[in-house]
Design a protein around this ligand. Sequence first.
Ligand code: SF4
Length: 407
Amino acid sequence: MKYNIITLGCKVNQYESSILKSALDSIGFVYSEKKPDIIIVNTCSVTESAIRKDRRIVNKIKKDNPKAKLYVMGCLVRVDENASEYLKADKASRSVEALEILNDFGLGDLVSDNNLEQYGTFDRSRYFIKIQDGCEQFCSYCIIPFVRGKMQSRKEMDIISEIEKAVNRGYGEIVLSGIHIGLYGKEHGNEEKTSLAKLLKKIIEIKKDFRIRISSIEITEVNNELIAMMAESDKICKHLHISLQSGSDNILRAMNRPYDRAYFKKRIEKIRKEIPNIAISTDIIVGFPGETEKEFENTCQFAKEIEFSKIHVFSFSAHKKTKAYNLAGHLEKSEKQKRSSVLRGISSELEKKYKKKFHGQELGIVVEKFDDKYIYGKSEFHFDVKINKNTINKGDLKSGKLLNIQN
Ligand code: SF4
């Protein structure tokens, strides 16, 4: 039986698709993009435009593969019970871990909620591990708390054991992923008395050659303990993805973000004082309802002042269940596009400037793939690196290998 999985959206979706893939592989299903018998689409519903993309892709797949059985899973199905009808899928699963789909293939006995995680893997050098799910912050533009529900952290023991297995299989980088990982262990009723810093301490103690990346975190959760640990440990990549979302205090308030410009800047200065060359990437939403030209300019100026290493720019398109959807002052699409393109231009300038700091320097990379001529890797500062194959030992030509190279 041939199958294909199309994953849209975030790292948590990637992780959940990888679990499904490994489980299907384990019973002899064959992953194939050509003429699959089964197609599974793992959807994202973070914005209205993400939902439009889900619909476009699902409908195209249905049209191009009339004989294949089509399953739809993920956030869109969770947020909209009618999704299966308008998507015309054969089955839409509301199951978080796709257990329902696996049951359909007779995997119910083999795979249960308790042992599903053991299937988690990526055919890559970088292993994305989900350490928690859910968020209770309710930023006014975000559908995730409605879709993913309350915060739940995985047990430290289970995370450590999954990481040990991954590094033993040769993964060079472990990416700690989740919806709100800065609050790992902090949900009501969690008896482990743990935190992200405590978890990191235990991961660092695993005696193997690998590195750890913290995928995405709120500025309010980058505490001094975490900064000190990142500064001290060679195992933690010097990179943080901290969402700014806007450089205007008015807009931040309307977004229900728990900080203002001054706080953001002060904490970034503290991080840079302890870890001078750290990469700090961010997300920014442009065209939030009521965002004036001046407020947008403030955001651009603030982004330059902070010197982000990269900006992921999103045009506002909130889901109708969110508070922001009903706010007055929605901007024209053309204005949002114009602002996005200005900010993307700033991002590419900042990116170039940041990378330039490392010219001629030694860089730690994880090998991702290679071809006849080149090796492609990810630096600890998160930018991609391409080097001539002749410059390294043949023995190091292994995906997942950690190397020090001359940039
Ligand atoms: S912190 Fe805000 S943006 Fe992030 S998942 Fe939670 S509600 Fe959404």
